[in-house]
Design a protein around this ligand. Structure first.
Ligand SMILES: O=C(O)CCC(=O)C(=O)O
Ligand SMILES: [Fe+2]
Length: 267
């Protein structure tokens, strides 16, 4: 895994709230990750979130179920996935890009557009999560070639600076609903993130982003991971928090649960 960063790349990420990064993984590392994902999905059974019956089941028929196959926290059941997404190399890389001193994992996800999948409506990530931060960051790794035809990612450069975390939309059938919440973003030209397998994109949790439909008979598979800056505080959203932990928290409490959100940097 290549995680070198130039100052230009860090500056571009800070300016745009998004960065396309080539050759994070080589093809043999992509193949190894695909095998690990496949093992993790077998271990998870029908759970959408590893080890949790309270977060929904895979395999429904709703509009959202056909945006992508979504399975969360594979790191909990697979050591290889854990070694990458909780590893020190990626931990340092995402912390340098975000410009923070410390980082915890929020959650990983595999997001796989099956043939003919629905588009991923424009949205922000951080407002769904249990903390608000202007510095949260996600990595999105292409495991197949991601093209305009099969639903590659698109980012709205600069929106992380003007985003208001109290204005967001669900990933539903109205692809452009985010622009009703943020009419001031209507004229922005998106960054199109076509990628080869092993390339990746980084985006700030407040950067507007979405993906097109899959208009091909092939898969568009990705592995992603969201990270929470150390020192982030509970905002009242349940998201992936287990019920007992959620009940134990008051708004404003530090999120520092080492089992759910281990530190990835520094380590
Ligand atoms: O893979 C997709 O279609 C959407 C990905 C996304 O929204 C994310 O990684 O935050
Ligand atoms: Fe997202």
């Amino acid at each position: 895994m290549n995680t070198d960063l130039t100052q230009e790349q860090i500056d571009a990420y800070q300016r745009d709230g998004a960065l396309i990064y080539r050759n994070l993984l080589d093809q043999s590392e992509v193949d190894e990750l695909l095998r690990a994902i496949s093992d993790a999905l077998k271990a998870m059974g029908n759970d959408k979130l590893a080890g949790r019956k309270d977060f929904g089941e895979a395999g429904g028929e709703s509009y959202y179920d056909n945006v992508f196959i979504q399975r969360i926290n594979l790191w909990k059941v697979n050591e290889h996935v854990k070694s990458i997404f909780l590893g020190v190399k990626l931990g340092e890389m995402v912390s340098r890009l975000a410009g923070v001193e410390g980082m915890r994992i929020w959650h990983d996800q595999t997001l796989q557009k099956t043939p003919w999948a629905n588009p991923t409506a424009w949205h922000l990530d951080n407002p769904y999560w249990s903390f608000h931060s202007r510095d949260s960051i996600s990595i999105w790794i292409a495991l197949d070639e991601a093209t305009l035809e099969n639903g590659c990612m698109h980012y709205l450069p600069g929106t992380h600076r003007s985003a208001d975390p109290d204005r967001n939309v669900p990933i539903g059938p109205d692809v452009g609903k985010l622009f009703k919440a943020f009419p001031e973003w209507k004229e922005i030209t998106p960054m199109v993130a076509e990628m080869k397998p092993g390339d990746c994109g980084f985006h700030n949790g407040l950067t507007g982003h979405g993906a097109g439909p899959n208009m091909t008979p092939g898969y568009r598979r990705a592995m992603t991971c969201g990270y929470m800056p150390a020192g982030s505080r509970f905002n009242g959203n349940k998201n992936i928090l287990p019920e007992d932990y959620f009940q134990s928290l008051s708004e404003g409490d530090l999120l520092e649960n080492d089992e759910l959100n281990p530190v990835v940097w520094p380590q």
